[in-house]
Structure formats: C-alpha cells, structure tokens
Design a protein around this ligand. Sequence first.
Ligand SMILES: *[C@@H]1O[C@H](CO)[C@@H](O)[C@H](O)[C@H]1NC(C)=O
Ligand SMILES: *[C@@H]1O[C@H](CO)[C@@H](O)[C@H](O)[C@H]1NC(C)=O
Ligand SMILES: *[C@@H]1O[C@H](CO)[C@@H](O)[C@H](O)[C@H]1NC(C)=O
Ligand SMILES: *[C@@H]1O[C@H](CO)[C@@H](O)[C@H](O)[C@H]1NC(C)=O
Length: 427
Amino acid sequence: MEGLHLTILFLLSLTVVHSISPKCDLPSQGSTLRVYHVSSPCSPFRPKTALSWEESVLQMQADDKTRLMYLTSLVAGRSFVPIGSGRQIIQSPTYIVKASIGTPAQSLLMALDTSADMALVPCAGCVGCSSSTYDSAKSASFSSLTCGADQCKQVQTSSCPGTTCSLNMTYGGSTLAATLAQDNLTLATDPVIGYSFGCIKQVTGGSFPPQGVLGLSRGPLSFISQSKSLYTSTFSYCLPSFKSSNFSGTLRLGQFGQPKGINYTPLLTNPKRPSLYYVNLLGVKVGSTMVNIPASALAFNPNTGGGTIVDSGTVFTRLVDGAYTAVRDEFRRRMGTAAVTSLGGFDTCYNVPVGKQVPTITFMFAGLNMTLPPDNFLIHSSSGATTCLAMSASPAVNVIANMQQQNHRLVFDVANNRLGVSREICS
Ligand SMILES: *[C@@H]1O[C@H](CO)[C@@H](O)[C@H](O)[C@H]1NC(C)=O
Ligand SMILES: *[C@@H]1O[C@H](CO)[C@@H](O)[C@H](O)[C@H]1NC(C)=O
Ligand SMILES: *[C@@H]1O[C@H](CO)[C@@H](O)[C@H](O)[C@H]1NC(C)=O
Ligand SMILES: *[C@@H]1O[C@H](CO)[C@@H](O)[C@H](O)[C@H]1NC(C)=O
C-alpha cells in the first residue's frame, strides 16, 4: 500500500494536468498490474501538446523505423546501429507499467520490452536522461556489481575500466553508458530481491525512453529469468488500444489467473538471438482467402535471422517484402475500386469512408489462428476521412507489432516454450 501511495504521488508530481481520470490510480491486484499506453491520459510521458492525427501516425512510423533498425541489428547479430536523427523522439516502447525499486521503495515507470534482456533504469546524476527517478544513494538494498560477477559476464557489451561492471550499448537510435547494479525490484506485490539491472549514467540520442525499460525477453538478465522462482517464467499482457481512455490493460505475472483452454503456438529459438520471441507464421488470410506468399518470406532461418518475431515495442506490423505485397494486394482487391493513397510509410490508404467491405486478416501460426478485426489493422483519422492499412514492408524479419496485439491476451509461457493468444477486450 505504501508503494501504491508513492506511485500516486509520483504520478501527480509529474503530471501537468491533475484532473486525470480516477481510473489511473487503479491498484495492482495480486500478480496483475496495470499497463498504460505511453501517451494515454494516465501517462506523465504523453506529449505536452496534442499532436494531430497525421503527426502522431508519422511519429509512430518514425519510432518504428528506429525500432526496426534496432531489431534488424539484433537479428543480424551486429551490435551497433546508426544513430537516428537527433530530435527528441519519445519512446519506441509504447506501453508502461509502474514498478518500485530499492529500500525504502522508490517508484518508477518502465516500458515493457519483450525484445530486451536487461532492465535499464535512469539513475540519479545521469547526463542526458530526460527524467532521473532512482537514487541509489537513498536505497539501503542497493549494491553495484563488480567485473567478476557472473551477471557482468552475461552482458556482451560490458567492459571494466575500473572494478565496477560498466557497459556501453545502443538502444534504437540512442547510445547509453551504464553500470551494472542490484536492488530489490517490485512489479506487483512481491519483491525480486537483488535484481540486476543497468543503472544509466549517460544517454545520447533521442530514442531511449525516459522512463527506463523492463526487459521481458528470454535472456539471462531479463525479468523472466530473474523472477523465475516467483513467476515460473510465465507472464501475459493485454495491451489497450492507444485511443483508449479506459486503461484496463494488464500485465499478469505467473501461471495463476492465465486464460484456460486457449490455443498456443511453439516459441522458436534462434541460437544467435535466444532472447527474441520467434514464432512460426505459416500463412496469412485476408477474409477467407489464403494469400499466396512465397515460403521463403515466412521461413524461420537462424542463420539470416529470418522468420517472425512478436514484439511489444514496434507499433505497426511489418512483413518482409514478398509477404507484405501479397497481403496488401489481396486487401486492396477486397476493398474494391476506391482510389488508393498513401500516408508516410503506409501505402494503402483511402480517402473515402470504408465499411462493410473491410475483410478480417488472419495470421496463421502453427497451432493457432489469430483473426484480427479491422480495429487491429485499420487506422482512421479523427475526422474519419482517411483510413490506412496499418502495416508495411520490412527488410529482414516479420514483426507482429503492438497495434495488432491490442485487445488480445498474449501468454508468454516460456517454461513450456509456447505463446498463447486469446481475444480479450481491455481498452
Ligand atoms: C530488499 O532486500 C533486502 C535483502 O537484500 C531485504 O532485507 C529488504 O527487506 C528488501 N526490501 C524490500 C523493500 O523489499
Ligand atoms: C563508453 O563510452 C564512453 C564515451 O564514449 C567512454 O568514455 C567509455 O570509456 C566507454 N565505456 C566502456 C565501458 O566502454
Ligand atoms: C470503456 O469501457 C466501457 C465499458 O466498460 C465501454 O462501454 C466504453 O466503450 C469504453 N470506452 C472506450 C473508449 O473504449
Ligand atoms: C487455422 O485455419 C486453417 C485454415 O482455415 C485451418 O486449416 C486450421 O485448422 C486452423 N488452425 C487452428 C489451430 O484452428
């Protein structure tokens, strides 16, 4: 309860407008905690001046572009990516949760990132962080990790100019310098004692989220691995629509309360990138039509990194060229004769009202069909005058992104190497 109280104070202190919906303060229940969209009215990180619809779509596309560069670099096993434009793009990771860290507990908000391993926390004194929320000097349970620690050896980019384990890394278009530290981390009710994370000392470039990152991948330093004894390597989330003002998205930790009787698809492991959640996408249907996609566009290939990953931080789904073109062409065919226009990276937009002719789109995974209603792939301007198919082409890997995941519960059952999906309205 004390943690909750601090969280509310923290939110209020950072929130410009205080008259926010009372639903923002909903407490976590057991092992289930709230998930917020980063630009929702409950988020202190939302843009200060509201963007127009078009601006926000272009912004999300720009964030995705940086994100995709980052994911592609992971897939290809390169450790550095070019630095993106210097302007301050707010976060690629789009959904945040409240956490607390240290003794006594300090509150912070963290972005969910299913493709990252280590948690990264902006630490007091950080140069270039947009907010610095964790002060290790005020925590009785803080300790820094030395070069000899096992955790230090698990970080590929670590180096040891002194005795403290230090690391430099890129994240999206940002570079950051951190030291490896430990403190208690609490997401729901139970603390994970001695949680190892990167304490950020310096950030350059604009794509690092100001609130820090909670890595939910399968890597050795991820939350999944470090909280294994509490949550048995299982979590699920339901992401609310980014338009939603209801804030009922949740992150649920552990096996308790997960949906029963749902379909699962196996999680595939790329030994070169063991932390990414690869799945086996077998095909795509538009309406009831099976789209003719070259097998190579979907094939899982650990050597090239090809295949399909599920990612919480990319907004709009990407399909490699051959797959995207085939899906888009079938979608256009179903939409009839209305003129096709474009908006930034979206090449299939309509400036006329669309309605009954909109087909569903089904991602067919091994063992699991995910049939999306139009809300999961059409983005409408506020006036309703423009509608776009919110997907685009990818250079290297197919990414099932968060708009396509909204209002579904995704169960990451890492213990059994499988991913479950069920429809759940949480907007
Ligand atoms: C943090 O961990 C220490 C053990 O290292 C424990 O004594 C302390 O109670 C924990 N603090 C919280 C807030 O859970
Ligand atoms: C990280 O980068 C900074 C600035 O470029 C450099 O001074 C420092 O030595 C680097 N640290 C490590 C651990 O590589
Ligand atoms: C919020 O939830 C209520 C019922 O729980 C629903 O009727 C309403 O449409 C939702 N609003 C949005 C914007 O999703
Ligand atoms: C998915 O859909 C395909 C084609 O409609 C069907 O053959 C298959 O059995 C479905 N798979 C599951 C797990 O429902």
